[in-house]
Design a protein around this ligand. Structure first.
Ligand code: SF4
Length: 736
């Protein structure tokens, strides 16, 4: 990516932060909190997710068979099924149906699949008027704007903006101000349009192969009206929407509203088995049917392939087809919360899972436009009701984008410095440098303090921004000449003589070369708790290359880690990890990078540092051996995004509390730095915007100590508060 493209991307993001950011943030954070509250009321949330996942796995596995079954069922019911190869094929069919119905007007309820095929444009070109009847979609149709969210398409618009739009378009007799006035006005206008429509078009959240039933999960009644008022009903759905039976709908109905908008159940859950024979109602007198004689509606189900069947054959993109489009991955994503789907999205889909959809449907070029906005923080994994590993899909697509890439004109500058394994790929120079951060860190440490002086000098800052896109407003953390491994090797023996347990403290790249003090504190604290600690030289975990989509390099690192730690695991040692993102590698990502015999023992015996301290205290070690609080010392703590996904935040809070500290935790999903993301000039403003939410909470806590577990969070909070937080272990350090 050139300097100009980076500047253009930064400018676009800034514009969206200014114009849409506030509305997007308020709404998505509200939905996200609603999700937390709603799923907490479920007795067995994880069980329901497992159930939903199993149904989707089975349905996609048996898709050809279910497709045949559904076709047969719908035809028996009196409807027609058309499987469209692509958007053009689907649009031709729909246009023919409209022509047969002599349709002048189609009313349409919300459907992302119909957005995907751009059916409105096609029908307009055939002189058919298409009216969106979902309030948000109608607002966007009037404003000629694209959706910014897959469930709440006009999430970026304020109430005042909508009032001005209605004013301009309709010049109403009375001014429209409140949400209720606006909604009632829209309801009236849309009612008139539905009443005179010839064809009703809907999507389908789920289709059951056994009965031909379609489930529509909506917050407004317009979808029902679009189905029951016109004589012809066209439903447009991706082939992946088929599930085997009506019974299978239960977990999805339980999960979809809770996951998306935080509602225990959405306002309307409609199960239709079309063609529908319910009578048409009079809008002014809903209790009196106005249909004369026998009801004879036509029903056409248009099932869209458009790349989906190829995705089913792709081992990495296949999981995308499990998606039920609930939007939880958008709402929980810190970057999405700030900038919304107009930046974090492609032709149709937005949010974390959009990379999978857009790569499968539109191709890699479209996915490449926004794929980098996924930082791999993993908060979406926990939120997803069908447990899709969304960050992995993003990583694979990034890797494929790298493979088709062109490193750029400055690539030669780093060839010798980037011993990566990307033989078939050509990541951008920026990605290669950040992906090879371990090499830079080694060099920086070996040449410190000269390296630090250089990194902080203006000309070097300018050069780094110009060539690598490292934002000049960021400062690299200082490299330390004496690494943690060297310190541990050279220090006088203070190990417990009769240790309860033996651990390897994993010297991650950041702790070993830069944040050495937290490593020293960890060694002292563990030893004080009766544990023998070894700090051997072990390669970096591969997290930096993985975050840049450099999978081969990450795999090579993983193999190096497994080889170095294997003798310790054989001896029964535990592996203790300070950096949460590295622990996430050991216990999660390595499953995809290593053979099971290497992955499993490492994953089973690796622990986050404070989780390990918690276990020691639970098993009888005394907190008094650590540094405990003076009377009422307060702590503001931000755990790491991946640490939260691994459910390891509570351990730190518990240990600090046991040691006498009064702890307040932040509830932001991610600090916004996310490894190298916040260093990239095109994303600096977004990163800081995300971080400001966290900074506000930390300032408000007004605590004696600000603590953070991850390196990225430490850097980000340091920049935001102009004072670097410490790792919790530094507060517990017996030498403090
Ligand atoms: S990937 Fe999961 S969380 Fe995201 S929209 Fe799909 S089902 Fe919902």
């Amino acid at each position: 990516m050139s300097t100009d493209s980076r500047a253009a991307k930064a400018a676009r993001i800034r514009e969206l932060l200014d114009t849409e950011g506030e509305a997007v943030a308020t709404n998505t954070r509200g939905f996200n909190q609603g999700r937390y509250d709603s799923v907490a009321r479920l007795e067995d949330y994880e069980g329901l997710k497992d159930e939903a996942r199993a149904i989707k796995e089975d349905a996609i596995e048996r898709l050809p068979e279910l497709l045949d079954e559904l076709t047969e069922t719908i035809e028996e019911n009196g409807g027609t099924v058309y499987v469209a190869e692509d958007a053009a094929d689907a649009n031709e069919y729909i246009a023919d149906v409209c022509a047969d119905a002599e349709a002048d007007r189609v009313v349409k309820s919300k459907s992302m699949t119909s957005e995907e095929i751009e059916v409105n444009d096609h029908l307009h070109s055939r002189d058919v008027d298409v009216v969106e009847t979902d309030l948000g979609e109608w607002v966007l149709q009037l404003a000629d704007e694209a959706p910014s969210h897959i469930v709440a398409p006009a999430i970026h618009k304020s109430r005042q903006g909508i009032a001005e739009l209605f004013e301009e378009r309709f010049d109403p007799d009375e001014p429209l101000e409140t949400a209720e006035e606006l909604t009632m006005f829209a309801r009236e206008k849309l009612g008139e349009r539905i009443e005179g429509a010839d064809v009703g078009m809907t999507g389908a959240n789920f289709l059951t192969a056994d009965t031909g039933t379609m489930a529509l999960v909506t917050s407004e009644g317009n979808a029902r009206k679009s189905v029951t008022v016109p004589d012809t009903h066209v439903a447009v759905a991706g082939v992946e929407k088929i599930v085997p039976s009506v019974e299978d709908l239960r977990p999805f109905v339980e999960l979809i509203g809770r996951s998306g908008t935080g509602q225990d159940i959405t306002s309307y859950v409609s199960l239709f088995t079309p063609p529908i024979d319910s009578p048409t109602v009079d809008f002014d007198d809903p209790d009196t049917p106005i249909t004369d004689g026998e009801i004879d509606r036509e029903f056409h189900l248009v099932l869209i392939d458009n790349g989906r069947l190829a995705m089913r054959e792709d081992p990495d993109l296949k999981e995308t087809l499990y998606c039920i489009r609930c939007s939880a991955c958008s709402n929980t994503c810190a970057n999405f919360q700030s900038v919304g789907g107009h930046a974090f999205g492609g032709e149709t889909y937005s949010g974390g899972i959009a990379t999978g959809w857009e790569a499968g449907i539109e191709g890699l070029d479209t996915a490449a436009e926004f794929n980098d906005l996924c930082t791999g923080c993993s908060r979406c994994v926990e939120a997803c009701p069908v447990k899709i590993d969304i960050p992995w899909i993003n990583t694979v697509v990034r890797n494929r984008i790298n493979e088709g890439g062109n490193g750029g004109r400055f690539d030669f500058l780093v060839n010798g410095l980037s011993p990566d394994a990307e033989d078939d790929a050509s990541p951008t120079l920026q990605k290669r440098v950040f992906g090879n951060f371990e090499t830079l860190a080694k060099l920086g440490s070996a040449t410190a303090p000269l390296s630090n002086w250089m990194a902080h000098s203006r000309p070097v800052g300018w050069l780094l921004e110009r060539t690598l896109g490292v934002d000049h407003r960021r400062e690299f953390p200082a490299f330390r000449r004496q690494t943690l491994v060297k310190w541990a090797r050279d220090r006088d023996g203070t190990a417990p003589t009769d240790p309860e347990r033996r651990v390897v403290l994993y010297p991650d790249v950041y702790t070993n070369y830069m944040l050495v003090e937290r490593g020293k504190a960890a060694v002292r604290a563990l030893e004080a708790l009766g544990v023998a600690v070894e700090v051997p030289s072990v390669p970096g975990s591969g997290r930096p290359p993985l975050s840049q989509g450099m999978i081969d390099t990450a795999r090579a690192k993983a193999e190096g880690v497994a080889e170095a730690l294997d003798p310790y695991l054989e001896d029964g040692d535990d592996i203790v990890v300070i950096e949460p993102s590295d622990l996430a590698m050991f216990t999660g990502d390595y499953e995809r990078l290593l053979p099971a015999e290497d992955y499993e023992p490492l994953a089973a015996n690796s622990y986050e540092l404070i989780e390990y301290v918690y276990g020691l205290l639970e098993n009888g070690a005394s907190p008094e051996t650590l540094s405990v609080a003076d009377s009422s010392e307060t702590v503001a703590y931000h755990s790491h995004c991946q640490q939260r996904t691994m459910s390891l935040e509570a351990h730190t809070v518990a240990v600090l509390t046991e040691c006498g500290y009064d702890v307040t935790t932040s509830d932001v999903e991610c600090c916004g730095m996310a490894g190298s993301f916040g260093y990239k000039s095109q994303y600096y403003d977004l990163s800081m915007d995300v971080g400001e939410n966290l900074a506000g909470q930390l300032r408000e806590a007004d605590a004696d100590h600000v603590l953070a577990s991850g390196t990225s969070c430490t850097d980000q909070i340091g920049d935001l508060l102009a004072s670097e937080p410490r790792h919790p272990i530094e507060l517990l350090d017996p030498a403090r």
